[in-house]
Design a protein around this ligand. Structure first.
Ligand code: SAM
Length: 212
């Protein structure tokens, strides 16, 4: 457990300073997710693996009457995130150091009710216990709530050399498109409404899982 905290801190201790400037070119689909999330006044929205809080700050400015929460395994990343939140002057964001597979709306965030929306933006591909993290997110979601995931897909519709190069590059950052992920999301159909949309020739995907 503590390994995940330490390894993310090691990875992001320096990267956090140039993270936002570099990632905007290849974490594709994040803005699409933020645009599609229909956040209502009073809702509680959590990002699991929020990094520098780039997504949360955009949402918090757009929906000042909702409250946004972020958790991340790296407290170094969250130091940068908190500085960015303060600089943006937004007051509706709360950040906590925690693991995606091991948080609870009540004990981690001191909330009386579960979240209305939870999203993973390019974090599920870095989380080896991804199944447990998705199940934990669903357990912390209010009935009628939605879970969203945007992340790298299998690049099957892109030129083979590009897909190979990208996979090699991403492996340096411990990023993997988990083979079992799509079947796992597919098996949720029946209990949940599951929409999966490939983006940019399967470079990435956007999934929405809503309770029926
Ligand atoms: C590629 S960054 C994405 C950051 C942000 N979501 C974005 O879209 O810019 C992945 C983040 O997930 C965090 N992370 C990795 N494993 C985690 C885990 N098990 N629990 C919580 N956060 C985790 C990392 O520390 C990192 O900040």
């Amino acid at each position: 457990m503590t390994d995940a905290f330490e390894s993310m801190d090691r990875m992001y201790r320096l990267q956090r300073y140039f993270y936002d400037a570099t990632r905007k070119y290849y974490l594709l689909g994040r803005d699409r997710l933020l645009d599609e999330m229909d956040v209502k006044a009073g809702e509680r929205v959590l990002e699991a693996g929020c990094g520098t809080a780039r997504n949360l700050i955009i949402l918090a400015k757009r929906h000042p009457k909702a409250h946004f929460y972020g958790l991340d395994a790296s407290s170094a990343m969250l130091e940068t995130a908190q500085a960015k939140v303060d600089a943006a002057g937004v007051k509706n964001i709360t950040l906590k150091t925690a693991l995606a597979d091991d948080f609870r709306f009540d004990s981690t965030f001191e909330l009386a009710k579960p979240f209305d929306k939870i999203f993973f933006s390019y974090s599920i591909s870095m989380i080896p216990p991804w199944r447990e993290s998705i199940e934990n997110a669903l357990q912390n979601l209010a009935s009628g709530g939605s879970l969203y995931i945007v992340d790298f897909y299998d690049q099957r519709d892109l030129p083979a050399f590009f897909a190979r190069l990208l996979k090699w590059w991403l492996s340096k950052f411990h990023v993997t498109h988990w083979e079992g992920l799509m079947p796992f999301l597919g098996e949720m159909r029946g209990r949940h409404d599951v929409k999966i949309e490939p983006l940019y020739r399967r470079y990435s995907f956007l999934a929405q899982i809503s309770s029926k």
